[in-house]
Design a protein around this ligand. Structure first.
Ligand code: AHR
Length: 491
């Protein structure tokens, strides 16, 4: 029997709610059709925002939404997306080989955030923009006084400032965001950051573009010098192995180490920040794009792919990694919330269905804002797997994380049996506390390749799960390829 001990007193840090965040780009059917249908659409909407997908985000308590890209951000000029919609210019959507109507712009984005409850996170254009254009956008959104730009916002229907707190200074600036060398980006970053802070009436936080190669981060921070100009450093992590639905058992196991590479990305970025940070302030690591990118998601289909139970389980293992590093991870944003890559919902005309990944978010949402506590796993069998570079690894078949509510009255444990064929008997014990009344939900399906679709929207969904309590411990038999979420009173 596998044993899991929760060290209730051994706190890692507060799990920032922002870790369960989302990302939406002008790409494929993410914005248009996925989130925005316009007021005149027969698809139910509230002031143009698609009602069913907005409600899915609201149900998850979506804490933050990153926009407008992605690669799109560094070719986006925000003035194109304000003012009367029918007068907005139609442009080329460079990176996604499409045309952009600009019907969804800053005001529509803020409307979407208000309807879903998400904090807005705007990514600025560094690659093809100027510091002046970026600073003007901050002022347009956040200035509470009576400047020409805040008056223009008022004239466009929003006298109250938008109070956007999170601002990304470019996206993937080592690639589609201008193909900068790290030191050139550092100089550019400094120039942009210099003009942003003072344009907002409310506090803002700046996010610099990092990389999964630690050398980029080191060279960027070395050249930047002044760490007061930055609040967070971001990295992106995508992965795949085999196809979206057709994959072998070996490919299933091999996907885990590829996804969990994100843990090394986080540790590397945090360590590099620690070397240069002399500010006494905490600087965070943000994973503002992550998820599985199957070969089926291509430019010509708007990066659309099927999302199976496997994707949800692997996402859960990534959530566990975020929880384990709650002391440094300040935000994460799955790519991309609707219809694109590892999304939480997909649409086909009027029809919408939730993906298994949405249900994984649901089972983890109780962790938001809790204190992450250490978990020990013993007597856990392992499966053979290989990393992306071919190196053999032993993959423990259990992945878990636990957290305690701010009032220390509730515990949440998420635990996954990732074995494809074998159930796993588990005993859960608490150190320095006892569990009272507990309830659990399980996410699993007959086959790990199962997924939801327009004709079977609920094939994969969470169900209630019965736990047993024996001699001060909780007992559960986790089905193969399943994810369990347990909420218990703490005594
Ligand atoms: O999410 C799709 C793309 O992946 C984003 O636009 C880009 O930042 C990343 O390379």
């Amino acid at each position: 029997m596998a044993k899991l001990t929760i060290r209730v007193e051994d706190r890692v840090g507060t799990i920032s709610p922002m870790v369960y965040g989302h990302f939406a780009e002008h790409l494929g059917r993410c914005i248009y059709e996925g989130l925005w249908v316009g007021e005149g659409s027969p698809i139910p909407n509230t002031r143009g925002v698609r009602a069913d997908t907005a409600s899915a985000l609201r149900r998850l308590g979506a804490p933050v939404l990153r926009w407008p890209g992605g690669c799109f951000a560094d070719d986006y000029h925000w003035r194109d997306g304000i003012g009367p919609r029918d007068a907005r210019p139609r442009r080329v959507n460079l990176w996604w080989h499409d045309e952009e109507s600009n019907h969804f712009g800053t005001h529509e984005f803020i409307e979407l955030c208000r309807q879903t409850g998400a904090e807005p996170y705007i990514c600025l254009n560094v690659g093809s923009g100027t510091p002046d254009e970026a600073a003007a956008w901050v002022e347009y959104c956040n200035w509470a006084g009576a400047t020409a730009r805040s008056a223009e916002r008022g004239a466009n229907g929003s006298p109250e400032p938008f109070r956007v707190r999170y601002w990304g200074v470019g996206n993937e600036n080592w690639g589609c965001g201008g193909r900068f060398a790290p030191d050139d980006y550092a100089r550019e970053y400094r120039r942009f950051a210099c003009y942003l802070q003072g344009r907002s009436s409310t506090p803002i936080e700046l996010i610099a573009c990092g990389h999964t190669t630690p050398d980029w981060n080191r060279r960027f921070l070395e050249t930047l010098g002044d760490m007061r100009m930055l609040d967070h450093l971001s990295v992106h992590r995508y992965y795949n192995c085999g196809h979206a639905v057709e994959f072998t058992d070996t490919e299933y196991y091999n996907l885990y180490p590829r996804a969990l590479q994100v843990e090394n990305d986080i540790v590397d970025a945090a360590n590099t920040l620690a070397v240069f940070n002399r500010t006494g302030r905490k600087l965070g690591v943000i994973v503002d794009e992550w998820g599985v990118w199957h070969p089926e998601a291509r430019n010509d289909n708007g990066l659309w792919q099927r999302n199976t139970l496997r994707d949800a389980l692997v996402a859960a293992a990534v959530f566990d990694a975020f929880n384990r590093h709650a002391d440094v991870v300040t935000m994460a944003n799955i790519a991309q919330t609707i219809n694109v890559l590892q999304c939480i919902a997909q649409t086909d005309g009027e029809k919408t269905w939730l993906t298994p990944t949405c249900h994984a978010f649901e089972l983890y949402k109780g962790h938001m804002g809790n204190a992450s506590v250490r978990v020990e796993l013993d007597d856990v069998p392992a499966a053979d797997a290989r990393k992306a570079d071919g190196a053999a690894v032993q993959l423990p078949i259990l992945s878990a994380s636990a957290s305690v509510s701010p009032d220390s009255k509730r515990l949440i444990l998420t635990v996954q049996n990732l074995h494809l064929k074998e159930p796993c008997e588990l005993e859960v014990r608490l150190r320095n506390a006892a569990a009272g009344k507990a309830a659990a939900k399980v996410l699993t399906a007959g086959d790990v390749r199962d997924h939801n679709g327009p004709d079977a929207p609920n094939k994969v969904r969470p169900k209630r799960f019965e736990l047993a309590a024996k001699r001060g411990a909780l007992h559960a038999t986790l089905p193969p390829h399943s994810l369990l979420s347990i909420e218990a009173e703490l005594r």
